[in-house]
Design a protein around this ligand. Structure first.
Ligand code: 5AD
Ligand code: SF4
Length: 362
């Protein structure tokens, strides 16, 4: 439908994000078809393990911010992490994501390094490891890369420096520029780099979101995880809870963002995030049908999942329920000619093309 439209201009993107009369179903179908054409008719699985909710930061929107003293802080043990990771491996997930709040300090750096090495050993280097542990020193990123991690997720949260400063404390550890520099560092080291934004933040305009899409294109990212902003009652930003878009509007905006990013960046991996499901029971399926191609079930042991509450209403599932859910999704996807990619790492085609030396083509 939009074949003759030049997408890469802010006005067109803003229009496509905001205009009521856009045929959404057609937009999603077009994005899905591009995903199938350029990334395959497959959905990649990543087992998410939330290794620690300890965080040195104080982001104004996040339930894990360090000033939230209602949170019981945890750090999984080596054997708890390995147990979850090996479960993912045995079930054929192909890839895991280790996520934590932002922690510095040598002990944490060494702990993560050791875990990466253990996973690599115990899975014969057959499980791709993604990290999402915030901003770190270049030498830390390098260390973890050499230990065997090959992907890194670091959301820019919003590409607008002004909005960034409004949703973070104004101090040197919450710096837009540092975050952007980290994305460059990760790319230079050789990681597959993922970023993303929150959608429907108070004060965020559709021009901001259009700019976010162009930011991801300019940064030439390999992966994206973006999802709706959801209020956490115990955060400073909860005072603006009446000023944000309705859940339905945030869901639709998030789906339009996924579809437009797919049209802009045909061969990257885009995750259909859990936050979508908080707004709609089929939210993650809708994301996949709007052009996403990655599904990231949570394998954190249940008692800890509850303590990793970034936003309100984050679902909690036992492993058996997770497997059941994947089987159900697998069935639903069949109706659209899509399959779950069991036992495949699912490296982004985009990365393979920008780095011809990458021999791990799945
Ligand atoms: N709503 C939605 N996403 C959130 N995140 C943090 N707080 C919220 C919230 N209230 C996201 C951020 C962060 C990731 C770990 O979780 O984008 O990068
Ligand atoms: Fe920490 Fe990330 Fe939450 Fe910010 S968004 S407080 S860095 S866990």
């Amino acid at each position: 439908m939009h074949d003759n439209v030049k997408f890469e201009d802010i006005k067109t993107l803003t229009y496509l994000l905001s205009h009521a009369e856009i045929d959404e179903q057609m937009l999603y179908a077009q994005a899905r078809s591009l995903a199938s054409q350029h990334c395959g008719e497959e959905v990649y699985l990543r087992g998410l393990v939330e290794i620690s909710n300890i965080c040195r930061k104080n982001c104004l929107y996040c339930g894990l911010r360090r000033s939230n003293d209602q949170v019981k802080r945890f750090m999984l043990t080596e054997s708890e992490i390995l147990d979850a990771v090996l479960f993912a491996y045995e079930q054929g997930f192909g890839s895991v994501v280790l996520q934590s709040g932002e922690q510095h300090g040598f002990e944490f750096v060494r702990f993560v390094e050791r875990i990466i090495k253990l996973i690599t050993q115990k899975t014969n280097n057959q499980l791709t490891i993604t990290l999402s542990c915030g901003e770190q020193k270049e030498e830390t990123y390098q260390r973890w890369y050499e230990a065997g991690a090959s992907r890194y997720l670091l959301r820019i949260e919003t590409s607008d420096p002004l909005l960034y400063s409004e949703i973070h404390p104004k101090d040197e550890i919450h710096s837009y520029n540092t975050r952007k520099e980290c994305l460059f560092m990760l790319r230079d080291i050789g990681y597959q780099v993922g970023t993303g934004v929150m959608i429907g933040l108070p004060g965020q305009t559709t021009e901001n979101l259009a700019q976010d899409l162009l930011f991801m294109k300019e940064q030439d990212i390999d992966m994206c995880g973006m999802g709706p902003y959801i209020v956490h009652p115990n955060t400073p930003m909860a005072k603006n809870k009446d000023k944000i878009l309705s859940p339905e509007q945030r869901l639709k905006l998030s789906l339009r963002m996924i579809a437009l990013l797919r049209i802009l960046m045909k061969n990257i991996n885009i995750a259909s995030t859990t936050a979508l499901e908080t707004l709609h029971p089929e939210g993650r399926l809708l994301g996949l049908l709007a052009g996403a191609n990655v599904f990231m079930p949570n394998l954190t042991p249940v008692p800890y999942q509850e303590k990793y509450s970034i936003y309100a209403g984050k679902p909690t599932l036992h492993r058996e329920q997770v497997l059941k859910k994947i089987k159900m999704l697998e069935k639903q996807l069949l109706d659209y000619g899509l399959q779950i990619a069991w036992n495949k790492p699912g490296n982004p085609i985009h990365y393979q093309l920008r780095n011809k030396n990458d021999i791990n083509i799945s």
